[in-house]
Design a protein around this ligand. Sequence first.
Ligand code: AMP
Length: 241
Amino acid sequence: MNFESLSLPKTMLRSIEAVGYHEPTPIQEQTIPHVLKGSDVVGCAQTGTGKTAAFALPTLQRLLETANRPTTGAGQRRKRSHRRVIRSLILSPTRELAAQIGASLVTYGTFTGLKYTVIFGGVKQHAQVKALNSGVDILVATPGRLLDLMGQGFVHLENVEILILDEADQMLDMGFIDDVRRIVRQCPKKRQTLFFSATMPEAINSLAAWTLYKPMEISIGLRVSPADTVEHALYPVDAMG
Ligand code: AMP
């Protein structure tokens, strides 16, 4: 299997080649065709398996495909013609992961012309608001800052076509599950949803069932151990004092 056979556009294949990927990882091979077809996907996969590209590449392609289609429910939704609106929302539990996803969008989306920005808490909001006001197609966000900026009227989710929840189990562990539900409720019911989690405890299963519509289920590798590409080391240190 190579990237050419996954029906990705030439521009994106150029980016993939430039970054030095020769063949898709198993999660990419299994996820990309379903996302391109418009299906919801629930992926049980860990960091290090190539899951970011598995959702980012086909999302970019779908957004390019639908860029010129008229919106459904145009009466209720913001018009796209004059200003970019958020068409894909990627929720991430931590600022580090959000930043990594943002960096991946730069890598994979170089030739797409789509605009994105990353928002997270712990920093002043001014630059983030400025970026949002200039118009973005894809928003990568941590839940707390997103709700904050939604509350202030800087973020509107009624045009989201593709919603991605990354590392859902970490969002649960960090106590974000109610925030995630509040955010999902603000997205259109008619949307494509991609849901990734390294583990699938009951609470995550029920969140997935609530969020997804007839999803394709994809499971890569062991669910409990870290990915092979993650190295562990133990450094004993003296007790303080
Ligand atoms: P992720 O699981 O998305 O955090 O990706 C883990 C690492 O794998 C990142 O450094 C990616 O750049 C890299 N990666 C993703 N897809 C591929 C691929 N098809 N071939 C080689 N490396 C990849």
